[in-house]
Design a protein around this ligand. Structure first.
Ligand SMILES: [Zn+2]
Length: 323
């Protein structure tokens, strides 16, 4: 009996060590195989070049409204266990001659209630701090939240929709695939809680190929704001190109990766984070490779992951503007 117990515990220890080793290995650096996932993403459409002078006067501001702090290792494969990563929560304010709108809404006024809807493991692995909501910051600068008639969301996760209810006059624009996805979500998801209060405006990518995307939506038909599909994280995740008159170009990629290293290396989230947040892991890899190839072709393109505060810090923060 004694011998049996000894062997049993030895086996248990071996299994635990092997299991831990396997789990730890899911956090190690592992670049995505670009050749495997590029498909036709290295084919770029020849865009009808809009002369800079013909682009409308458009401005952009980052409105920071909160942050979550966690180990960098949870953010991308190869991230450090000793470094912390500040995930910025933000809305992007765009002022275009035809509309003033926001892209994502960040943490809203009721975020303390909203955070209760996320999985316990996620709440346990990150600490959250709210800052001033986008609506309150606009109000403080004399812009009424009621003047915002349009809010585009990169996708429907809680940290991107929390602030939507603070803009009661805004129609929420989202990709048609994302709207269909929302209908499949359990009632515990924040977007379902808010759904009754929001006016949905689903859109399709009805314009032709743009850069290495085979479909796009040129929002105002003037080349300034172009929406593109970035499926994977959710089925209807959306990226937004902003082409400013100064020649500055930005691409907002939502949660395709949480940090810019994801596109640069390129690499994905570690296994545990993927299981918590990504619906289609292969889709995420394909979309990451697409953005990676774009960055290689246009080194001056500013790619903005929704939660990379280091990049938010390099851009104009509200009320300052990028032109
Ligand atoms: Zn997010």
């Amino acid at each position: 009996m004694k011998n049996f117990l000894k062997r049993f515990f030895l086996l248990l220890v071996i299994l635990l060590v092997v299991g831990f080793g396997l789990f730890a290995s899911t956090f190690t650096a592992k670049p995505i195989n670009v050749e495997m996932y590029k498909g036709d993403s290295d084919h770029f459409a020849t865009p009808e070049k809009t002369a800079l002078a013909n682009l409308p006067e458009t401005t952009l501001s980052i409105i920071k409204c909160g942050k979550m702090t966690s180990k960098q290792a949870y953010i991308f494969r190869g991230g450090s266990w000793s470094e912390t990563y500040e995930s910025g929560m933000a809305a992007v304010l765009i002022r275009h001659p035809q509309a003033t709108f926001i892209f994502d809404a960040g943490f809203g006024i009721n975020v303390d209630e909203h955070i209760k809807t996320i999985p316990a493991l996620m709440r346990a692995s990150a600490k959250y701090d709210k800052e001033t909501s986008a609506a309150a910051q606009l109000q403080a600068q004399g812009i009424s939240p009621n003047d915002i008639k349009m809010a585009i969301i990169s996708h429907s996760h809680w940290d991107h929709v929390s602030g939507l209810e603070d803009f009661p006059q805004a129609e929420t624009w989202l990709a048609k695939d994302e709207e269909a996805y929302i209908h499949t979500l359990p009632s515990s998801e924040l977007v379902q809680h808010l759904s009754g209060k929001l006016k949905w405006h689903p859109f399709e990518f009805t314009d032709s190929a743009y850069e290495n995307f085979d479909r796009s939506l040129d929002l105002f038909k003037d080349g300034s704001i172009v929406l593109v599909p970035l499926p994977g994280h959710t089925p209807g995740s959306v990226g937004m190109f902003v082409n400013l008159r100064s020649g500055k170009r930005l691409l907002f990629i939502g949660d395709l990766t949480w940090a810019i290293e994801g596109e640069q290396i390129p690499t994905e989230r570690p296994w545990m984070s993927r299981k918590l947040v990504d619906l289609d892991e292969d889709g995420v890899r394909r979309s990451i490779v697409k953005v990676h190839l774009l960055m290689k072709r246009y080194p001056e393109l500013i790619v903005v992951p929704a939660h990379d505060r280091r990049i938010h810090n390099q851009l104009a923060n509200f009320p300052a503007t990028e032109k």
